[in-house]
Design a protein around this ligand. Sequence first.
Ligand code: DHB
Length: 496
Amino acid sequence: MKTYLRLWVAVLFALPSGQVFAANPPSKAADPLRFDPGRNTSEKTLTFPDNKVVSYRAYETIYYVANVADSAYQYLNVYVPQSATTKTPIFLRNYVGGYFSAKAQAPSGTDASGRALREGYVVVIPGARGWNANVTKPDGTTAFTGKAPAGIVDLKAAVRYLRYNDKAMPGDAEKIITDGTSAGGALSSLLGATGNHPAYEPYLQALGAAKTRDDVFATVAYCPIIDLEHADMAYEWLYSGTNQNAGDAAVRSTGVRSLTSSAQIAVSGELAAQFPAYLSSLGLKMPSGTLLTADNYRDYLKLFLIKSAQQARNAGAEIPANTGVKFNPGFRGGPGEFVLDIDLDTYLSYLVAKTPLKSPPAFDKMGVVGPDATPENQLFGNATGKPANFTDFSWRKVSGNPSATMDKAIKDRVYLLNPMNFIGDAKATPSKHWFIRHGAADRDTGFPIPINLYTKLINEGADVNFALPWNRPHSGDYNLDDVFAWIDSVVNPTKK
Ligand code: DHB
């Protein structure tokens, strides 16, 4: 199989772009995108940590595109509990992390995939290419096939496969709920934001994806690492107040971010200064209707943190004073106690002491202060595997030309990776229901990134369940009772 596929890749690469269809084998064979219920299917059981056993039917290694570019990733697995019908909602979980490739896998008793099966949902786990996906061409050279936007294109192709085969397969493709964490949360939110948008069409056509819709019903996203081209400025705007120059002043204490050079501190300041203009370009409004600006944003952020601390306290959590959380005086520990306020600088210092921050720039780092390439630099790299800068800021720093702008081709790919660009775009069919979580102790991206996502979604009329769960680090699929109660409420709106 692999050799055969490699041959096709070789033909694809030999052709000028836009002519990939010419490379297809003559389609004498049956439609390669038709679901075959007799192929690669078996009865299985999953045993949960509480010893509960769930039986299900598996249909595995289903290739979801006609022109497979990487046979290791471009297939999906389907798991069908005994109670399921063609009307059962589909829980579509991706396992992408770090923007790496992810294989389709089997459901796990310790995450949302197993829980979904146990709740009676059809579970679909698609693989997707990431920045490290590569194939060896017949001439012995390596071609990287998973650079952006390959991952989201693959997942859209998987959704199309399910819809194309909706009548023949268990599960209802009009009720797909996507789930992912971090980079996988970003892809889940892209699935939710970009349904049917024509910008992805050339990529989908090149893969021979099914010619049908790719919008989804509901979206679960844990700590989505999105808005990559603005994530550096948001990060520094939030955290630059904690900067200390360890290199110059030999400061290494808790509650400060130890940077090693004045160059890093200068870059942090330059990036932080860019955030207010970006924020005002978004024109976001708080639920109260007030326009969000850099001046009122810290107070807006505090509302989410105060709510989070209050919920944790209600559930019995101890909240120490060094978090900056302030309770109403006189009622500490007794009835009538509530969270009055949070000192944001104290809270940010508390976070920095807990987990060291990324150094600036947090995402588009390559060549700016030191040579390091991040997963995001890899994501926007090219087919030879060379990583790339993807923001004007870093592009200018690296080129030494303060008015340089990055390659249009890279800019276009960056655009396709950002759900913020598609929310409110009339050419997209958005997910109607969203469940978004970003841990209140998660420093992998700055809080404004998920908060802006939430705010833009509600400004466009979406139904969004959003929170920054207290003390929660960078992680996903937690508090499964909450997310599955929410899924139940959106798939059965009349049950309440
Ligand atoms: C992930 C984490 C990151 O900090 C990042 O920049 C990209 C992806 C992840 O966990 O998937």
